[in-house]
Design a protein. Sequence first.
Length: 129
Amino acid sequence: MTDHSRPGETEPADPARPWPVLVAVGLAGSEVGIVVGLVPVAVGGLVVFAASVAGILADADYVDRPLVLAAEFGVVFVVVGAILVAHGSGTIPIRPLESLSGLASRGGTLVLAGLVTIVGAGIVGTQRE
């Protein structure tokens, strides 16, 4: 392998990004929190997941406003969580979900995580302006 750089010329170091680790920690935290029944851990994991995916996409220049994307993740969490709560409480029967149990509590966790994500993105967004 030949070094084609000129003497005295150095390439800028590409700093390591924390996002991939945070995506994994967020997903693992949310799953553990939901399975064990620790709502704060599950909510925190989902918030970290949404923020880190937005961070990855911002670093890759796919999005210009990562806080808006994080808030949109929050909206998706709220909508999906509300559907799960409605099904789990018997308000809206959804045939493919009939055999699953505990959906109301899991949906409630998703709704809470979505609200925290939306509010957090809004607070951070107003602080940065």
